[in-house]
Design a protein around this ligand. Structure first.
Ligand SMILES: *Cc1c(COP(=O)(O)O)cnc(C)c1O
Length: 391
């Protein structure tokens, strides 16, 4: 992490550890434990484990550590802890730092499971939670007080791609001594400049772009060495959140192509958004990379890209949206994102089905809304298929 490598070099080499065989590919250490050369070395390792000393896979494993070091270096953080899923990362980051009586401020537009942790889990243990509209800085200013321990938000929301201004919210939070925890999945680790903008803790579901081929669940918490090792790790290692070595190996392989994939997906997403804007069957296109997006300037300053997802509203509501989905072929109807395969989601009836209607209305989750996670197929093929399905 001290080397002056550029992103693509880090993504291929950072954090590599080799055994005495000098294997080229990252090895999968499918082992729960490690033999100690002597009783004395076991004793000293339990007091303080060294860089290359492991104790038990729930605490850490060489393959998992390679992945943690690689993504920490990419994010510009001192350290990281890998988890079994994105939700284990969100839960671990928040639960490890909060206790009864603490106050948290969160944006309202959240992934359903994140909302569950804030609304149902943290409050059960006496944490006070306030919700704000993430793009409204006045609401953040009004809600954050010196009693606020942390703020939490998705830097780009699902499914309507609203941005939260990380820098502005971090200034308000830091002035009150609160930590800034960002779920940065939609921004991707490639377009993330969250640390520069003031985020203290960044969480990812690596199930999404990092794997990038829809194979494995995973997550990671990135932050300072003090936060990761003194706050997050004790909670995570004792409650069993660890990422498996096999999953870490999948994620390491995903990292090697992450920059190429995210940039190719974002290039196609922009072309698709531009084509959809011209389509008479489409009422509205939401893509932060388009000049028509109300937060276009913020997206460019914060991410330097519009990202890899496009949302759009088809005229004719749910019926027209279903007809459109059922006419797709290359594009699959599913609910993952960041996959090499392009995915169409109808949020109102799937990912956001359980939201009460007033909340759906407030978030803009209409019957005609489609969320498209743009994959790695030829952009021309995708546009031809979308145009045909809309006709
Ligand atoms: C998918 C997702 C999660 C949860 O990740 P899992 O790997 O499915 O547990 C959390 N936040 C956001 C924004 C997501 O898209």
């Amino acid at each position: 992490m001290t080397k002056d490598w550029k992103t693509r070099t880090k993504l291929v080499h950072e954090g590599s550890r080799r055994s005495q065989y000098g294997e080229m590919a990252e090895a999968i250490f499918l082992t729960q434990g490690f033999a100690y050369p002597t009783a004395e070395s076991a004793e000293s390792r339990f007091v303080q484990a060294g860089e290359d000393e492991f104790i038990y896979a729930r605490y850490g494993n060489p393959t998992t550590r390679m992945f943690e070091d690689r993504i920490a270096a990419l994010e510009g953080c001192e350290d990281a802890f890998a988890t079994a899923s994105g939700m284990a990362a969100v839960n671990g980051a928040l639960t490890s730092m909060l206790r009864a009586g603490d106050h948290v401020v969160s944006s309202r537009a959240l992934f359903g499971s994140c909302l569950y942790i804030l609304e149902e889990v943290l409050t059960r243990y006496g944490v006070h939670v306030s919700f704000v509209d993430g793009e409204d800085l006045d609401q953040w200013r009004a809600a954050i007080t010196p009693a606020t321990k942390a703020v939490f938000f998705e830097s780009m929301s699902n499914p309507t791609l609203q941005l939260v201004d990380i820098k502005a919210v971090a200034e308000i939070a830091h002035a009150n001594g609160a930590l800034v925890v960002v779920d940065n999945v939609f921004a991707t680790p490639i377009f993330s400049r969250a640390v520069e903008q003031g985020a203290d803790v960044i969480v990812y579901s690596t199930t999404k772009h990092v794997d990038g081929q829809g194979r494995a669940l995973g997550g990671v918490i990135c932050g300072s060495k003090d936060f990761i090792r003194k706050v997050a790790e004790p909670y995570l290692k004792h409650t069993g959140a660890a990422m498996s070595p096999f999953t870490a190996w999948i994620m390491l392989n995903g990292m090697a192509t992450l920059d190429l994939r995210c940039r190719a997906m974002a290039d196609s997403a922009l072309k698709i958004a531009q084509a959809l804007e011209q389509n008479p069957a489409v009422a509205k296109v939401i893509y932060p990379g388009l000049a028509s997006h109300p937060q276009h300037a913020l997206a460019m300053a914060q991410m330097g890209s519009g990202g890899t997802l496009v949302a759009f509203e088809i005229k004719g509501g749910k019926e027209a949206a279903f007809k459109f989905c059922n006419a797709l072929d290359i594009i699959k109807i599913s609910n993952n994102l960041g996959d090499a395969k392009t995915i169409a989601t109808h949020p109102a009836t799937t990912t956001h089905q359980r939201l009460p209607q007033p909340q759906k209305d407030a978030l803009g989750i209409t019957g005609g809304l489609i969320r498209l996670s743009v994959g790695l197929e030829d952009a021309g093929d995708l546009i031809a298929e979308l145009t045909a399905a809309l006709a």
